[in-house]
Design a binder for this molecule. Structure first.
Ligand code: SF4
Ligand code: SF4
Length: 332
């Protein structure tokens, strides 16, 4: 695992913990019993009763308009420049997708029940994943465990977490809580088993919003394919495709990778295959003018690619600051 992949693992783990712990720690939740949000332990309310008009307008701007504009504005800027990094580097749903993909591959050889062509057991980098049915137990445990945790977490975003977790730990949830947890766990279990990729691709408004912004910026960060030096692909078994948790084909143009989550697993796979053999790595993160070959190459258009977009093997150790930045997902 290289530095960006380690960083991504830590970011996902930390954000998953934040997702679960935000309500119990009163960092953020909507308390239906009180009828308003809590933010960092403080009541976040627009209670304007008995407030003078000027003060009410100030409350509206400071407590509603500014925080919402700040969150949306930051999200738009990040997605415009870097695409779906929230999905690939933070989203707790995508973490579930990747964990279940890995276990299903160990159980059945396929990362999804719908995958037609299973990836080969032995990858071009020498890694072997031999499927064994015993892993189905781990798949079921992971699906039910994540589904239940998600159901409890969602409930604790709506009701006082001390009550939700306290009742659960005492084994005495109220009738309505038990009903909510039972139905939500069942629905999440179905989605995690059968439709987790479908949800990421077509069901998630946050993902769709990021994809649309990313597509509108042809210079945004993207997985680039050095088609002028693609000889290593002849000796490879499409490791990049087998590594993609969204089941995309990373060497295709950007339009065909609309739902790319910028997780860089394809780039990592390409490095694992080629760097130990001293070969060039055709898949690399690119942006700016270098991204046009992927984003605008379509319907006969062939944009010019600057010569220095892709690092060559001899640049591997003494690579430029620009190369390092691109690797961790920054624009050079
Ligand atoms: S881009 Fe890299 S991982 Fe993908 S087929 Fe070519 S050499 Fe293999
Ligand atoms: S194409 Fe690459 S970066 Fe995009 S989702 Fe697939 S593995 Fe991740």
């Amino acid at each position: 695992m290289n530095a960006p992949m380690r960083l991504r693992f830590l970011a996902r783990a930390a954000f998953f913990a934040l997702f679960v712990l935000a309500p119990p720690l009163d960092l953020f939740r909507l308390d239906l019993t009180r009828g308003h949000f809590l933010l960092f332990g403080l009541d976040w309310t627009l209670d304007l009763r008995g407030v003078a008009p000027a003060e009410a307008a100030l409350h509206l701007v400071v407590r509603a308009f500014l925080p919402i504009a700040l969150v949306i504005g930051t999200g738009v800027w990040v997605a415009w420049r870097y695409g779906r990094v929230y999905c690939g580097w933070l989203c707790p749903h995508f973490s579930v997708v990747e964990v279940i993909n890995g276990l299903m591959r160990r159980a059945s050889g396929r990362v999804s029940l719908w995958q037609r062509q299973p990836p080969p057991e032995v990858q071009a980098d020498g890694t072997r994943i031999h499927p064994h049915p015993v892993y189905w137990g781990a798949v079921v445990l992971a699906v039910l465990g994540f589904a239940f945790l998600w159901a409890v977490t969602l409930l604790s975003y709506l009701l006082p977490p001390a009550e939700v977790w306290g009742n659960l730990l005492a084994g005495r949830p109220t009738r309505n809580q038990a009903l909510f947890l039972g139905v939500a766990t069942g629905l999440f279990a179905i989605e995690f088993t059968l439709a987790r990729h479908l949800f990421c691709r077509y069901g998630c408004a946050v993902g769709l919003f990021q994809s649309l912004l990313w597509m509108a910026n042809p210079r945004a960060l993207v997985v680039g394919f050095d088609r002028r030096h693609a000889e290593p692909c002849l000796q490879c078994d499409r490791s990049c495709e087998h590594a993609c948790p969204m089941l995309l084909k990373p060497r295709r143009i950007k339009r065909h990778r609309f739902t790319c989550t910028q997780c860089q697993r394809c780039v990592q796979a390409c490095r694992d295959v080629n760097l130990p053999r001293g070969r060039h790595v055709p898949l690399q993160m690119v942006s700016g003018a270098c991204a046009l070959d992927v984003s605008e190459r379509d319907f006969g258009r062939r944009p010019e690619v600057p010569d220095d977009c892709y690092r060559r093997p001899h640049e591997g150790r003494s690579r430029s600051a620009r190369g390092r930045l691109l690797e961790v997902g920054e624009e050079g």
